[in-house]
Each structure stands twice: as structure tokens, then as C-alpha cells.
Unconditional design. Structure first.
Length: 103
């Protein structure tokens, strides 16, 4: 993933709060999976982690109904589904995920 740069060639900030370099210990499989998700979403691994905490994904357990609502929100987000082909592929993946959730 190529990060955006400003007119001086420096990486642009993604928020008003500056990021600091941190260190994490992760398994190779977790690191690789995060890389796949990041590449597919055109974001960084750090973006994934920050989003998880901003949305309380790790803190809050979601019911199946809440997840279904989030799926609808994702499918109507133009940043995620840029065209009809994207929407079909993403919908198929999310429906598969929903079918795997316990009732």
C-alpha cells in the first residue's frame, strides 16, 4: 500500500493526533492476515488496529442482529463498494460470514 505524501514528500497525517512508533509481538500468521486485510482495504495495519479500538470491536461483543446491521452499513458505503462488482463480491463474503455466526 502506498501512503499519500504532501507537497514536500512527507507522509500525510491521517488524523490530528500524531502517531508514534510502537512495537508489537505477533505471530507470522496474524501479521500476514493483517497485511491481506490492509491491502484489500487500501489501508495500513496500524489503521486496522486503530479502527478496531475506535469502534470498540474488541471491547464489545456484537449480536448477530448488530452484525447484520453493520453489514448493511458496509454495503452502502461508497468507499468500500466503489462499483456493483465490488458490492457483489463483498456481499458474498459478508453473507458467508453471517452464515458462520451462531444464533
Amino acid at each position: 500500500m502506498m501512503r499519500k505524501r504532501d507537497k514536500h514528500g512527507q507522509f500525510t497525517q491521517k488524523s490530528n493526533e500524531p502517531r508514534e512508533v510502537r512495537s508489537l509481538r505477533l505471530t507470522d500468521s496474524t501479521w500476514n492476515k493483517m497485511g491481506e486485510i490492509a491491502e484489500a482495504g487500501e489501508v495500513t495495519r496500524a489503521d486496522i488496529i486503530e479502527t478496531m479500538f475506535e469502534r470498540n470491536i474488541l471491547v464489545k461483543g456484537f449480536s448477530k442482529e448488530e452484525i447484520q446491521s453493520l453489514v448493511k452499513e458496509i454495503l452502502h458505503d461508497d468507499k468500500v463498494t466503489r462499483n456493483e462488482k465490488d458490492k457483489i463480491i463483498i456481499k458474498r463474503g459478508l453473507e458467508t460470514l453471517l452464515s458462520m455466526l451462531p444464533d
